[in-house]
Design a binder for this molecule. Structure first.
Ligand code: FES
Ligand code: FE2
Length: 341
């Protein structure tokens, strides 16, 4: 097993479900960040994500908990909890327990996904989850794209940072994805918690292809370590969302979503089919990465080629802001050791 030396409790927005998995009145149980959680949708449509255990005697609300109007009712003794995790009713007493509260998570629904804000210190969100359309400021919306195609792989031994490092890793494209050329990065901006990476790439042509002749590329926005969105240009119009969420100390769930742009077409059925085919191809390429990540051992410090140095140094330095101790990996251990002795 290759347990990452990086914290599996990073700060940021992380996907825990798709919106359509949790209908009105549904209670969805799940485990992330080593916590049992429930997501439930009230009659009004409001979605709440909170820790799973009832503060009364500890029943798991995901096993028999029931949505009653705007509250979640425990299956054990009928206590009711609201969207703030507050107890609002004890059915056999005239007043609720105002002191106890179930921990809730800030939640947003965006691009058909449910994102929760995780922070070990319970600070409020300090950046926004990226939007695969609005984030690129080009007036696009889901209506311009075919329905989202998805990949969902559970409990893989990988860390969210591996996936982001892919974005500065120019050399892997040729070997993992069989691109004819090595992409060229035109933007690496790792300042705030949201970072930006642009690169020129093509999947067409052979070894004789020159980078100067390539008129296509990808723009990526990384909203922390958990959610990244991309937009392509100069090739089949596609957008992607990759979302990696730690489950426990060694595994993460991976969700990947692809949108293919609609084009004017007389034959709608055929256009739909072609879009699905292309989406499958994009997903296949992402699976090629997963195959590497799921068996990788985090290398720190890594042996880098000269041209790799700037990108990897920048992204690893940027990533540290999301770890509870502010330092990831061997640096964290070195720090702890220095404190001790
Ligand atoms: S354990 Fe939830 S009401 Fe008793
Ligand atoms: Fe890749």
């Amino acid at each position: 097993m290759a347990k990452p030396p990086l914290s599996m409790k990073p700060t940021g927005w992380f996907q825990v479900a798709w919106s359509d998995e949790i209908g009105i009145g549904d209670v969805h149980e799940m485990k992330y960040f080593d916590q049992e959680m429930v997501a439930w949708r009230a009659e009004s449509g409001r979605l709440t994500v909170m820790n799973a255990y009832c503060e009364h005697l500890g029943a798991h609300l995901g096993y028999g908990g029931k949505v009653v109007g705007e509250v979640l009712q425990c299956p054990f003794h009928g206590w009711q909890w609201n969207h703030l995790g507050r107890n609002v009713c004890i059915p056999y007493q005239d007043r609720p327990n105002r002191g106890r509260r179930i921990s809730t998570y800030p939640v947003v629904e965006r691009n058909d996904s449910v994102y929760v804000w995780h922070d070990a210190e319970r600070r409020e969100p300090f950046f926004d989850a990226p939007d695969v359309f609005a984030g690129f400021d080009d007036g696009s919306s889901a209506a311009d794209y075919h329905p989202q195609q998805r990949l969902y792989r559970q409990r893989l031994e990988l860390h969210p940072q591996y996936v982001l490092e892919n974005g500065v890793d120019f050399a892997h494209f040729k070997y993992v994805h069989d691109t004819p050329i090595v992409p060229v990065f035109t933007r690496h901006e790792f300042n705030g918690p949201v970072s930006f990476v642009d690169f020129t790439i093509t999947f067409e042509g052979d070894d004789g292809k020159k980078i100067e002749d390539v008129n296509s590329g990808v723009r990526a926005i990384n909203g922390g370590l958990g959610v990244a969105v991309t937009k392509s240009w100069g090739m089949v119009d596609n957008r992607t969302i990759s979302a990696i969420t730690p489950v426990d100390e060694s595994t993460s769930d991976v969700r990947f979503m692809v949108y293919i742009g609609r084009t004017p077409s007389k034959d709608r059925g055929r256009a739909e089919l072609k879009a699905r085919e292309f989406a499958r191809e994009v997903i296949r390429q992402f699976e090629q990465d997963i195959h590497i990540w799921a068996h990788q051992r985090y290398s720190d410090p890594p042996a880098l080629a000269t041209a790799e140095y700037a990108g990897f140094t920048a992204i690893r330095k940027w990533a540290k802001q999301f770890y509870p101790d502010g330092i990831g990996g061997s640096a964290a251990e070195a720090y702890a050791a220095a404190q001790k002795g």
